[in-house]
Each structure stands twice: as structure tokens, then as C-alpha cells.
Design a protein around this ligand. Structure first.
Ligand SMILES: NC(=O)c1ccc[n+]([C@@H]2O[C@H](COP(=O)([O-])OP(=O)(O)OC[C@H]3O[C@@H](n4cnc5c(N)ncnc54)[C@H](OP(=O)(O)O)[C@@H]3O)[C@@H](O)[C@H]2O)c1
Length: 293
């Protein structure tokens, strides 16, 4: 019997990347995983793989930004066993672009998916967990929840807000036996970058004075790829957050994520910003040296 047998865990954004890896790990430990995302055909394939390995899963087509989908997700999860032991809020994407030119509507949409929908879904699950007097809410934030970067500050702001909401909720819900845990991945190889580039393409490719910064940013990402982790690195943290009797408020991986977070904590702001901007390829000095500006 796995560590999580008889538990029911909802995973949003389970059709790819971190959510998919988490779903397999949770199922291997015996949890019934309620898989939620918009691409049902992918969820069905993941459900089949879990079941052929002897696990249990339910696939629910769910756009987290739609109230009726969120309600159906919670009621489908409840119909498994009459309880919800864990909510893994993982669905999300990154809007890119300089603040001067990202349309406010695109900023609102990024907050809608990464934050408001997450809060609304959590509001449906809390009463269930409160009645059970147990449950874990695991919010997938990011290193970007504590460090903001140029060209990424919209996404980074959604994750900063998520960190604040999570910290507040932790104190509110402890009374009812509900634990709130934040996971802070660094750069992980998933579809995230592709999706971010696709969504941000009109801004990136538009005629604007920030083109040299984008060129530098892309170079920076290529360098960062060498340090990147895999979705399983984060799935392991999620398992830890599920199984630790006294989970920490936040967990980070892989190693570069922990190094960046420690540096942010201890370095003076100006020095830290200089290092982050160099690392992410957007320092004005580096761009000048490469004749990009
Ligand atoms: N990869 C990284 O480097 C990294 C680093 C730090 C944090 N994160 C965070 O980790 C989480 C997972 O990202 P990932 O890297 O695994 O990216 P990914 O491969 O692009 O997966 C994103 C998942 O979110 C789902 N999703 C997006 N919008 C949705 C919506 N409106 N309703 C329901 N599901 C939705 C997608 O499913 P459908 O398209 O099928 O709906 C997909 O399953 C995100 O919150 C991201 O911010 C990622």
C-alpha cells in the first residue's frame, strides 16, 4: 500500500509538464488522482496509463477560468469517495512582455488563470476540507513568486500574489487541520516556454523598441536550459508536501532555484538585480557588449 492510499487528490493542469508528472507520482503512491485540464484527450491517455499501472484516476475536462467547470470538477472529485484530501493548484501560463506594451486585458487574463481561478477553486474545496478537518492545498508558485524579472513581470506578479494569498491562508486554515504549501520550481523543461512564447508572440514580434531585450532574453534562456530540471523533480517535492506530517510552508527545486532564492534573501537588491539580469540575458551592459543595442 502506498503512502497516499485512499486519498483523493485534484491536480489542475494535469495534461502536461509538472501536473502530468505529479499525477503519475501521486497515483503510484496510491492516491486516486482527479486530472483536470482543457485537453481531455490528453487526460484520457494519462488516466489509461495510470490505470494500466494499477492506479486510479478520473479525467475531468476543466477550464479553471470557468465557474461551471470548477463546480463540476469538485463534484466529480467528491463522487469518488465523498472527500478531497489534496488540491494541487498547478494550472498556469506565463505572459511575457514589457509593461509599457502588454495589453491590460492580457495582464488580466494571466491573473484570471494563475490567481483568481485558483482562488475560486480553492474556495469550493475549503468547506469540504474544513468538514473533514484535514486536507492539503498545494499551490504551484515559482521562483518567480519571489523574484521578478524584466519582460516577465506580469507572470511574476501573478506568482508573487499567489505567495501572499498562500501565506495568509496558511494561518487561516491551520485551525481546521488544513495545510497550505507552496512549491517554487525553477526552470523546468515542459511546454511552459512554448506556450509563453506563443501567447506573447504578438508582443515579441511586434514593432517595438524592446527587440534587443527580447534577443538577450532568449539567449539567457538558452544558457538557463543547461541548469533546467525535469517535471519529476517537482513531482517529488509535491509528494513530500503531501506526505510530510509537518510540511514546510514552501519547497523549492532544482538546485539553481534554491541558490537564486538564497541569493535574493541575502544579497543587496542592486547586486541581486544585476546578477539576475545578467543571467537572464537582459543586462544593458551585456547587450551593449554584444552590440545588440
Ligand atoms: N516550467 C517551468 O519552468 C515552471 C517554473 C516555475 C513554475 N512553473 C509553474 O508550474 C505550473 C505548471 O507549468 P508547466 O511548466 O508544467 O507548464 P505546461 O507544460 O505548459 O503545463 C501547463 C498546464 O496548465 C494547464 N492549463 C493552462 N491553462 C489552463 C486553464 N485555463 N484551465 C485548465 N488548465 C489549464 C495546461 O492544460 P490545458 O492546456 O490542457 O488546459 C497544462 O496542463 C504552472 O503554474 C507554472 O507557472 C513552471
Amino acid at each position: 500500500m502506498g503512502k497516499l492510499s485512499r486519498q483523493v487528490a485534484i491536480v489542475t493542469g494535469a495534461s502536461a509538464g509538472i501536473g502530468e508528472a505529479a499525477a503519475y507520482s501521486l497515483a503510484r503512491e496510491g492516491a486516486t488522482v482527479v486530472l483536470a485540464a482543457r485537453r481531455l484527450e490528453r487526460l484520457d491517455r494519462i488516466k489509461q496509463e495510470i490505470e494500466s499501472a494499477g492506479g486510479n484516476a478520473v479525467a475531468v475536462a476543466c477550464d479553471v477560468t470557468l465557474a461551471e467547470d470548477r463546480e463540476r470538477l469538485v463534484s466529480d472529485a467528491m463522487s469518488v469517495n465523498g472527500r478531497i484530501d489534496a488540491l494541487i493548484n498547478n494550472a498556469g501560463y506565463g505572459q511575457r512582455g514589457p509593461i509599457e506594451i502588454v495589453p491590460v486585458e492580457s495582464i488580466r487574463q494571466n491573473f484570471e488563470t494563475n490567481l483568481f481561478s485558483l482562488i475560486a477553486l480553492t474556495q469550493l474545496v475549503i468547506p469540504v476540507m474544513r468538514r473533514q478537518e484535514s486536507g492539503r492545498i498545494i499551490n504551484i508558485s515559482s521562483v518567480a513568486g519571489r523574484i521578478a524579472r524584466p519582460l516577465s513581470s506580469v507572470y511574476d506578479a501573478t506568482k508573487h500574489a499567489l505567495e501572499a494569498i498562500s501565506d495568509g491562508m496558511r494561518g487561516e486554515l491551520a485551525l481546521f487541520g488544513i495545510k497550505v504549501i507552496v512549491i517554487e520550481p525553477g526552470f523546468i523543461i515542459t511546454e511552459f516556454l512554448e506556450v509563453a512564447n506563443e501567447i506573447s508572440r504578438p508582443i515579441i514580434e511586434g514593432d517595438n523598441p524592446y527587440a534587443p531585450l527580447f534577443a538577450g532574453f532568449n539567449e539567457g534562456y538558452k544558457r538557463m536550459r543547461r541548469m533546467a530540471g525535469q517535471p519529476d523533480d517537482i513531482a517529488r517535492l509535491i509528494l513530500k508536501a503531501m506526505a510530510d506530517p509537518r510540511p514546510r510552508p514552501r519547497y523549492a527545486a532544482p538546485r539553481h532555484a534554491r541558490i537564486f532564492l538564497a541569493a535574493k534573501k541575502w544579497m543587496p537588491d542592486r547586486l541581486f538585480e544585476y546578477i539576475v539580469n545578467r543571467q537572464t540575458g537582459i543586462s544593458a551592459d551585456r547587450l551593449r557588449a554584444q552590440n545588440l543595442k
